[in-house]
Design a protein around this ligand. Structure first.
Ligand code: FE2
Ligand code: FE2
Length: 360
């Protein structure tokens, strides 16, 4: 609906995208793992309007009590507990709507990239699989848009996210598309969705995120399985290009030097709820160390060290050269001392499906 968009935001916008559409005349299965993933996707479809308890509405009390700020367990801080419930609800609903709006826009990007992959990938199993991902992403766009309207309105896309989506859509190489979307963007999203699902006790959001996370685990699984399958045929020059593309996409999303990060923009939303963002942030930072110890030291870079880097390592796109770039970024953002304490050896989950279902 028109009123969901700010007046300065155009209803539609074009980005140039061209690529080769590849026929494959071999209809036999060539990559069994992808054929299995396709079959799983067919088997695990769900219907957003039918399968979620929309009629219950959003439980405001549970929502504001168990709100998380992009991986940071703000709900455990005294700062949060001491706010009055009305302010907590205002802050949490606006912040969540802002963050979920960007996930929503990311889902639209994923919808378009997945449909491009149907054309661009050379194997029939990859085309089959990407067609199911396209369906999944349409459902995610539908479900996030609907949920956001339950709590607030849809906020415009962050410029850094738009830049990554443009770069992924416009790149003519399917390997770049799969790395940008299935590894980096969906990796960050999956980690964050799962974290949010485990933190919130709001029933509608919890169930929504459980369904979405299960789909996203397949999307990441596709990137990992397909890219691992073809990596042996890719020369070192191309690997370095893909590593750079992955790093650049990650950097745009989390590096505070690349422009405003999502967390920083989210804090500005707080002004509208009657809080001074700067003062609030200082209070949170003061409590950060204690909170991080209880949160297992994940810190502010949780999704990157906790998931994107392990995924890159798993598919063979984490050379010493690119590790150096990541370390340098962490040092610039967190300071050398804290960066040196970061655990860079977190491993990719043995079973993605089990990891998604785990609530710890
Ligand atoms: Fe999605
Ligand atoms: Fe996805």
């Amino acid at each position: 609906m028109a009123e969901d968009l700010p007046t300065a935001h155009p209803q539609t916008e074009a980005t140039q995208a061209s690529m080769d559409a590849i026929y494959n005349w071999n209809y036999e299965s060539e990559i069994d793992e992808l054929r299995t993933l396709y079959a799983n996707a067919l088997d695990r479809q769900w219907i957003a309007l039918r399968d979620l308890p929309w009629e219950q509405g959003v439980d405001k009390e549970a929502f504001q009590r168990t709100f998380t700020l992009a991986g940071f367990p703000i709900q455990e801080t005294n700062f949060w507990k001491e706010l009055d419930p009305d302010t907590r609800w205002e802050v949490s609903r606006r912040t969540a709507a802002f963050m979920l709006s960007n996930f929503l826009h990311g889902e639209q990007g994923a919808l378009m990239v997945a449909s491009q992959l149907v054309n661009a990938v050379p194997h029939m199993d990859g085309k089959f699989y990407a067609s199911t991902q396209t369906m999944d992403e349409a459902r995610h766009v539908e479900v996030f848009a609907k949920f956001i309207r339950e709590i607030d309105h849809i906020y415009p896309i962050m410029p850094s996210l738009k830049k990554i989506l443009d770069a992924t859509l416009s790149n003519e190489d399917w390997l770049h598309k799969a790395v940008g979307m299935n590894i980096v963007i969906e990796g960050l999203a999956l980690f964050t969705f799962r974290d949010m699902r485990n933190t919130t006790s709001e029933p509608l959001l919890k169930q929504l995120l459980t369904y979405v996370s299960r789909d996203e685990a397949r999307h990441t699984g596709f990137g990992v399985k397909y890219l691992s399958h073809v990596m042996g045929e890719i020369d070192d020059g191309k690997k370095a290009e893909l590593e750079d593309f992955a790093f650049e996409a990650t950097r745009l999303l989390i590096d505070s030097r690349a422009g405003k990060t999502m967390r920083e923009s989210a804090l500005e939303i707080w002004r509208g709820a009657g809080l001074d963002p700067k003062e609030a942030f200082e209070k949170i930072v003061a409590e950060r160390m204690t909170i991080q110890q209880t949160a297992g030291g994940q810190g502010f870079s949780g999704p990157v060290r906790g998931f994107v880097i392990p995924t890159l390592r798993k598919i063979g796109l984490f050379s010493e050269r690119i590790e150096g770039h990541f370390v340098e970024m962490f040092e610039a953002n967190l300071g050398k001392e804290r960066a040196a304490q970061l655990d860079m050896q977190i491993q990719f989950p043995e079973s993605l499906e089990d990891w998604i279902e785990a609530t710890g």
